[in-house]
Unconditional design. Structure first.
Length: 444
C-alpha cells in the first residue's frame, strides 16, 4: 500500500481522492495522536484554507473531525499556508491544518499538517496518524467534545508579523503582484502597501474556481504584461497557497528562485545575517548560482530535491537561508516554512535599500542553459551501478569542466532516470544530455 502522506501532506482530486470522509478521519486521528503525546491539556488546532471551492467543504469536515476527537478548533478562513504555520505558534496551538493544493488546478485539494510552533510534522507522527485513520475509538461526549471558534484578526496578526520581519520599508517602489486568485489575494497587496510600496494587484478576485487559472507563479505571462504596461519596478508572482514566489524585473524578464536566493544571500551577507556565509540549495539549483556565490564568498550546501531536505540542513547547521529554484525560500529566523510574501518583502527591500533595479541585482547570477531529458528504464538500480553510465558521465564532466554540470537522478515515483546537463550554450547542453540519455537507455 502506498503511503497516504506525500512530501507535502495528503493531496488529490477533491471529493474523489480527497473526500470529506477522509478529511474528517485524518483530522480526528491527528487529534487523537496529539492527545496521546500530551495528556496535559485539550489539543487546540488552527485550520485555514485557500479559496478553491472544495476548501469550504473540506474545512467543515476537518473541523468536525478535530472536534469529534476532543480538540478545540480555531478557524482562520482564507490565509496563505505560511500564515497558518505562523498562527499555530502565535496562538499557542498544538496543530495546524492548511487545506490547499498549492499550484495544482482548482479541482484538486490537499491537507497539510503542522506541529506545534508551526513546524512540519515528522514522518513518524504522520505514520501514527495514518495508522489511526481506520480506528474506532470511544468518542468524547458532553463537555469533552471540541469547540469550534473563528479568529477574526488572523490576517491582521500574520501581516503584522510580515511587517516586523521586513528588513526595511518599501517606499518609492511600484510593484505588480499576481495573487493567483489564491490565498495571497488579500494578504499580499495589503502587506506590501502597508510596507510603503505602490501596489497594482492582478488575479486578486478569487471566485472559488479561478485559482491558478492561467495566472500565478506557473503562468507569469500576464504579470509580465502588467509590469510593462504599468511601468512598474518589478512584479511578484505567488502560487495558490503563497508559500513561494517568483519575480519579473522592470523589463519583464523572469527572476527565478535561484536568482532570488542570490539577491537575498548578498543582502543578508551585507547585513551580517547570513550565518557562516552559507546558502542551502538543492541539487537542481543552476550552476550559475554556485558560480555567483563562489565569487561573492558564499558557500552553498547542497541537498536532495525537496523543501524538507533544505529545512533539515538549515536546522542541522543553524543556517539562515535556503530554498529551491521553484521560488520556495526558507528564512528560519522568521518562518518555519516557505513564505512567498516574506521572500518578496526581502527582495523588494533589497531594491529599496540599494536603489538598484532588480535586473541589476539579479544579474549577479547568470543562468546557464539547462537541459533535462527523462529516460524510461526498467531498472533504476541497474542504471546507477552501470560502469558505462558512470564512464559516460565522467567523460562529459571532463569536457564541460567548471562551466558545466551533470546530474542523473532516478524518479521517486516512476521508472524514469532524469538526465540533467548544464553548459555554456543550449546546444552543448542538449548534445551532452542526449548522449548520456542514449547510454542510460542502452543499460535498461
Amino acid at each position: 500500500m502506498s503511503r497516504l502522506f506525500g512530501t507535502d501532506g495528503v493531496r488529490g482530486l477533491a471529493n474523489v481522492d480527497l473526500t470529506p470522509e477522509l478529511a474528517m478521519a485524518v483530522s480526528a486521528s491527528a487529534a487523537r495522536v496529539l492527545a496521546e503525546h500530551d495528556r496535559s491539556h485539550r489539543p487546540v488546532a488552527v485550520v485555514g484554507r485557500d479559496p478553491r471551492a472544495s476548501g469550504e467543504m473540506l474545512q467543515a469536515a476537518v473541523a468536525a473531525g478535530l472536534a469529534s476527537a476532543g480538540a478545540d478548533v480555531m478557524q482562520v478562513d482564507v490565509v496563505p499556508t505560511p500564515g497558518v504555520a505562523y498562527l499555530v505558534d502565535n496562538l499557542s496551538a498544538d496543530l495546524g491544518v492548511m487545506i490547499s493544493a498549492s499550484h495544482n488546478p482548482m479541482p484538486d485539494n490537499g491537507i497539510k499538517l503542522f506541529a506545534a510552533h508551526g513546524h512540519k510534522l515528522p514522518d513518524d507522527v504522520e505514520d501514527e496518524i495514518e495508522a489511526g485513520i481506520d480506528a474506532a475509538p470511544q468518542r468524547p461526549t458532553g463537555a469533552g467534545v471540541g469547540r469550534i471558534y473563528t479568529i477574526p484578526d488572523a490576517l491582521d496578526r500574520y501581516i503584522a508579523h510580515l511587517l516586523e520581519a521586513a528588513p526595511q520599508r518599501l517606499d518609492g517602489l511600484k510593484v505588480v503582484v499576481d495573487c493567483a486568485n489564491g490565498a495571497a489575494w488579500a494578504a499580499a497587496p495589503r502587506a506590501y502597501r502597508e510596507a510603503g510600496a505602490e501596489v497594482i494587484a492582478i488575479h486578486a478576485l478569487p471566485d472559488g474556481e479561478n485559482i491558478n487559472d492561467q495566472c500565478g507563479s506557473t503562468h507569469i505571462e500576464s504579470l509580465r504584461e502588467a509590469v510593462l504596461a504599468e511601468g512598474a519596478d518589478m512584479g511578484i508572482a505567488h502560487d495558490g497557497d503563497a508559500d513561494r514566489c517568483l519575480a519579473v524585473d522592470a523589463q519583464g524578464n523572469l527572476v527565478d528562485g535561484d536568482q532570488i536566493m542570490a539577491v537575498l544571500a548578498l543582502a543578508m551577507k551585507d547585513r551580517g545575517e547570513l550565518v557562516e556565509n552559507t546558502l542551502v540549495a538543492t541539487v537542481m539549483s543552476n550552476l550559475g548560482l554556485h558560480l555567483a556565490m563562489r565569487d561573492a564568498g558564499v558557500t552553498i550546501r547542497t541537498t536532495a530535491v525537496g523543501d524538507r531536505y533544505v529545512l533539515e540542513e538549515l536546522r542541522n547547521g543553524g543556517y539562515s537561508l535556503g530554498g529551491e529554484q521553484s521560488g520556495h525560500v526558507l528564512l528560519p529566523s522568521h518562518a518555519t516554512t516557505g513564505d512567498g510574501l516574506l521572500t518578496a518583502m526581502g527582495v523588494m527591500a533589497r531594491v529599496a535599500a540599494t536603489g538598484r533595479p532588480l535586473a541589476e541585482l539579479a544579474g549577479v547570477m547568470q543562468r546557464l542553459p539547462q537541459v533535462l531529458v527523462n529516460v524510461k528504464v526498467t531498472d533504476k538500480a541497474a542504471v546507477a551501478k552501470a560502469s558505462s553510465v558512470n564512464d559516460a558521465v565522467a567523460a562529459v564532466e571532463a569536457e564541460l569542466g567548471e562551466t558545466g554540470r551533470v546530474l542523473l537522478r532516478p524518479s521517486g515515483t516512476e521508472q524514469l532516470v532524469r538526465v540533467m546537463v548544464e553548459a555554456t550554450s543550449e546546444a552543448a547542453a542538449e548534445a551532452a544530455a542526449n548522449r548520456l540519455a542514449g547510454v542510460v537507455s542502452a543499460v535498461s
